[in-house]
Design a protein around this ligand. Structure first.
Ligand SMILES: [Fe+2]
Length: 420
């Protein structure tokens, strides 16, 4: 998949946005999630509740008298039978005038009386009562008259905390997004490196290609631009046939180098205007074998060697050098063979002027199934009819005029630019 610069930035922006949104909700759910405040609905002997399952009660245990003073023992209980943490809680009880605290059993609570209200406040470490826990504490009050508690008030907060269900989902989502985001950054970094490396590879290939082309052009200046045009026609046929981008690129390289073996042909034979002798024809035909040998080392460019070797094979088996038949001829060579013939017919040569469009179409169609693969011919004819081949011809002619040193650039190679 191709990722260009703007979609890259858009993806990055979306990833950051998703992390921020999920992070915000996770924070809201996990940290700042207070769901209830206070209740003082009486029930039981005397009780008050925050929810049906979280409540406080007070029970009178025993009474003893010392003169006019009454000492009464009470048990306060706080139940957290819910599913949330109980935090910041306290219990308040209205007591008669003159009541004082005689004893608190245990040291975990503060018990203070002010304005006839007894206030129990837990010490810090029991401030939070987790779900399923019950806390009891006893107190002895000193009064001057018997006292039965009847108005307990219970304050507290029920908080979901970090592990409440939706909070957990948001935290998992947040982690997932962060992992995706990091993965995205790593992929982007790797992709950038890969593209840099690929660009460098293309540079090396280009330099090698241009060196080869300059050899071929120096040998046969009359067909200058031929290799490049054949490469472009062949790549276009491949594209129209639905071959992959890599294949299209390889066919382009194969087209550029298909005549590399011409270097081996003596100048006098290659540029001879008159009729060739059998010996000379053999020398010319040998450029296929010579090209195959020369390009043997270029195995990293798939199909390039085979194309140089087999681009003069014919579909009916009457070609050279091996007389391969039909699909035994490699696909690249069959494609380049058609493109090569088209360019030969549409260019002036030492021995003749180019043919006109209708004659070329007729010649190519006549060769369908004999010289050429019929499946490929139809694409070539389409390209002639829709004018693609003329555009290529004009472009290469302009390039030749612009520069005395005619060579291909990165822009010429199909599929090289991928929006870095
Ligand atoms: Fe050739």
């Amino acid at each position: 998949m191709k990722i260009d610069k703007s979609s890259n930035t858009m993806l990055m922006f979306l990833a950051v946005l998703m992390v921020l949104i999920t992070g915000f909700f996770a924070y809201e759910k996990a940290i700042n999630n207070t769901v209830n405040t206070e209740f003082n609905t009486s029930f039981s002997l005397t009780g008050a509740k925050l929810s049906d399952k979280v409540y406080a009660t007070v029970d009178k245990n025993s009474e003893s008298y010392i003169g006019n003073t009454i000492l009464t023992d009470y048990t306060f209980s706080v139940f957290n039978g819910g599913e949330e943490n109980l935090t910041n809680w306290r219990v308040e009880l209205a007591v008669p005038e003159g009541t004082s605290v005689a004893n608190t059993l245990g040291i975990d609570y503060s018990a203070d009386i002010s304005d006839k209200i007894l206030v129990f406040t837990p010490n810090y470490y029991v401030m939070t009562i987790p779900p399923g826990i019950v806390v009891d504490f006893d107190i002895v009050l000193k009064t001057t008259e018997p006292f039965d508690p009847d108005s307990l008030v219970f304050y507290g907060y029920l908080t979901h905390g970090m592990f409440e269900k939706t909070g957990v989902i948001f935290v998992i989502l947040l982690i997932a997004w962060i992992v995706c985001f990091i993965g995205f950054l790593v992929t982007r970094f790797n992709l950038k490196n890969y593209k840099l490396k690929q660009k460098n590879d293309v540079k090396i290939i280009l330099q090698s290609m241009n060196t080869f082309i300059s050899f071929i052009d120096a040998k046969d200046p009359y067909t200058r631009g031929h290799s490049k045009r054949v490469a472009m026609y062949a790549a276009e046929i491949a594209k129209r046939m639905g071959l992959s981008e890599d294949e299209v690129q390889n066919i382009y390289y194969a087209g550029l180098l298909h005549d590399a073996g011409k270097i081996s042909i003596p100048d006098a034979v290659l540029n001879k205007p008159g009729k060739l002798t059998d010996e000379e024809r053999k020398l010319i035909q040998n450029h296929t074998v010579a090209g195959g040998k020369m390009l043997k080392q270029l195995s990293s460019l798939r199909g390039v060697r085979e194309t140089a070797l087999y681009h003069h094979e014919r579909f009916d088996g009457k070609g050279y050098p091996e007389g391969l038949i039909g699909e035994a001829i490699p696909l690249y060579a069959r494609i380049v063979g058609v493109a090569d013939s088209y360019d030969a017919m549409s260019s002036n040569r030492v021995y003749r002027r180019h043919l006109n469009k209708d004659d070329i179409i007729e010649e190519i169609q006549q060769g369908s199934g004999t010289q050429f693969d019929p499946d490929i011919v139809k694409y070539m004819v389409d390209m002639i009819n829709d004018g693609y081949v003329n555009v290529v011809k004009m472009e290469t002619a302009e390039k030749e005029d612009e520069k005395s040193d005619f060579h291909i650039t990165e822009n010429d190679i199909p599929g090289v630019y991928m929006g870095m």
